[in-house]
Design a protein around this ligand. Sequence first.
Ligand SMILES: Cc1ncc(COP(=O)(O)O)c(C=O)c1O
Length: 434
Amino acid sequence: MTNNELKNRDLNVLWHPCTQMKDHETLPLIPIKKAHGVYLEDFEGNIYIDAISSWWVNMFGHTNKYINDKIKEQLDTLEHVILAGFTHEQVVKLSERLVKLTPQGLEKCFYSDNGSSAVEVALKMSYHAHLNDGKKDKNIFVSLTNSYHGETIGALSVGDVELYKDTYEPLLLKTIQTPVPKDMSKKSAIEASIEFENLCKEKSHEISAIIVEPLIQGAGYMHMYHPHFLVLLRDICNRYNIHLIADEVMVGFGRTGELFACNKAKITPDFIVLSKGLTGGYLPLSVVVTTNDIYAKFYCDYSEHKAFLHSHSYTGNALACSAANATLDIFENDNIIEENRVKAKYMAKKLEKFNTLSNVASTRQTGMVLAIELKGYKSEERIGLKIYQYGLKNGVLLRPLGHIIYFMPPYIITNDEIDKMMDTAYNAIKLLDS
Ligand SMILES: Cc1ncc(COP(=O)(O)O)c(C=O)c1O
């Protein structure tokens, strides 16, 4: 098999995600033959550092031996079983661990199989919990400007990135966006919280929940804000009987320098939404962890019609749960969060150099996520695409978001690999500068 053979067969039958397929008339598709550690390898032996953890999912490298072995073990025991009326060891073990690891007070796990569907679960549960409480008018969700929560209709409705949302606007739920803090300062956090509180003063009787991406808005161009904003939101939500949904689909499992971003603010949301890194980047799985207080609002005789009758065929899949348990083993056995902090410092030092380039507007970092904002380019120039192509030619998979170049590598990346990843991006940006 060659790269070309597979490319041609692919384009005959596949429609790729988040892609203008016509681009592939000039932009080669990259068939990947195998992967190991931070490296992806194509059919011609070219290797690429996966600087974006394959859409932010990979934690401990591709074909990680420990996770592979655990999935193989599970494969011969139980691959999947319906989770309504039945259960299995992996899902119980995983739920016990998540309850222990997530912020204190989150006690019940509800599974689905991707980030968007878990967002839908949290939104529906929030609305339904209020309804079961006799609050019929709480049917509006609030989210932050520039937010992203996925692509299904409900998740898209609480998102605010035009590129994904505008086309579908007539189909979407009515939601309200309150301003995200404009930068990483505490002052901006306070200003944004005042705006939210003003909204609550007017409409809290209609608001079910506010959903936020804690600390980093991923698809919203890696916009970052101060943890104090979460502290203030928690307090406002408590006072106005509004649920706080923390969508940690991207930031969960150590990306921000803590296992969960909410830990940085020492807050417990009413719902935490997890996916992506949950299985180490191996298999689709997501979970909403919520409080016993929410759970209790659904717990009554069947005839009261208060049950949460939501399901997905693959809810709590045993193979995915075994991958998640293996991922948590690695967090437990190795000093991952500490090591990440050391790597984050190393990357911070290297990031400084980018600020010397005249086409760099600013740089930012939260833990293992770093972003470089370019200036002086029009969107038609597709500057991100140029950086992407340069990266591929030089052995690094960068996937800029418009004019934002970012790094979100697997945690096993070494300093030499960090050098290669960041130097390649630097050279690409510098080349455009000249
Ligand atoms: C914060 C956040 N929420 C939800 C999602 C949706 O997850 P999925 O792509 O698995 O549906 C994403 C995906 O990037 C995300 O970043």
